[in-house]
Design a protein around this ligand. Sequence first.
Ligand code: ADP
Ligand code: MG
Length: 365
Amino acid sequence: ELHAGEMERRRLHNTIQELKGNIRVFCRVRPLVDGGFSKHIQLPASDDKSIVLAKTEESHTGKTGDTHKNYNFSFDRVFGPKASQQEIFDEISLLVQSALDGYNVCVFAYGQTGSGKTYTMEGEEYDDTRGVIPRAVQQVFKAGQKLATQGWEFTFTASFVEIYNETLRDLLYTGKASKRPEHEIRKMSNNEVTVTNLTYEKVYTEDQVQGLIALAKQNRSTAQTSQNDRSSRSHSVFQLHIEGVNAGRDVTCKSTLCLVDLAGSERMVKSQSQGDRFKEMTAINSSLSNLGIVITSLANKESHIPYRNSKLTYLLQGCLGGNSKTLMFVNISPELDSFGETLNSLRFASKVNDCVIGTASSNKK
Ligand code: ADP
Ligand code: MG
């Protein structure tokens, strides 16, 4: 049976989550490439929840209305450039744990291209640089083994999808490129969502999951050669579907852990906004803003949730809302020339934090 201290830790975690309507927002500032520090990003030493974006001499454009103003934001946590992958994961391991307790869990990385979304979610291959996906999988497997001693038997199934221009692509596909199937999202009678022709791979070991992550990376880079910079313009959605059976106690549980590396949030540059590029940017902008609207409408218990307005929210429909828990990372680039994008990202994230995007009107519960 579980240790009393651990039970208390989990109870506290669930209480905090419920108080916040099950949405949390973390901010992570990437280090500067050459080390050093950015004067315009200030992380007050007094707490680990605030970030100040300060107008400095350099960022002052001289335009009217562009005063030397500071923008203050606060989130559930703010991680500075020195935060390690382990520190980040320590803060979300309870969230990951709750996926085995039957909660659906979604973790998103939001931010402009180059801000550290993929580093946060996938990380790099060495032990201490591994990101959220491999660490989460490792934890889920370990916890599953522990629960096995109490009669639980778990089945883990992984899927990995890319959404590019509102089209789904199977990142675990191993067949011939010419035979790549098309996919459709289908909602089943039990409210769960399934994707036609998608690879759902039963997984038993961490190594196997690492292999799937590598396969996904490879699948993404093949697509990349034909469309330069494609990965920054697509969402990638890793899902671990968890099913537990305890025959002795005659109970089952079912949940999904969704780990999402979102498309770059940068705004369109006028000179690039033509033809396919325009269509692409419009698709990204509308699916990111729809994600914000869905999350905040859920928190506000709106009667209509516009899941179907984008492939991303439609795919995640079964995992957002209900008893699910959502965490959004807003990743920040520390360079001064990213000032405008950083401000946009922080504004988006604080709207999610306060649950006031779009149609959401009632107060946060
Ligand atoms: P994005 O996925 O948002 O486009 P990346 O995750 O690819 O951004 O990060 C851009 C670059 O910065 C990569 O070379 C990555 O290794 C590096 N990087 C990002 N975050 C960190 C970090 N916290 N520590 C060290 N390097 C990082
Ligand atoms: Mg990336």
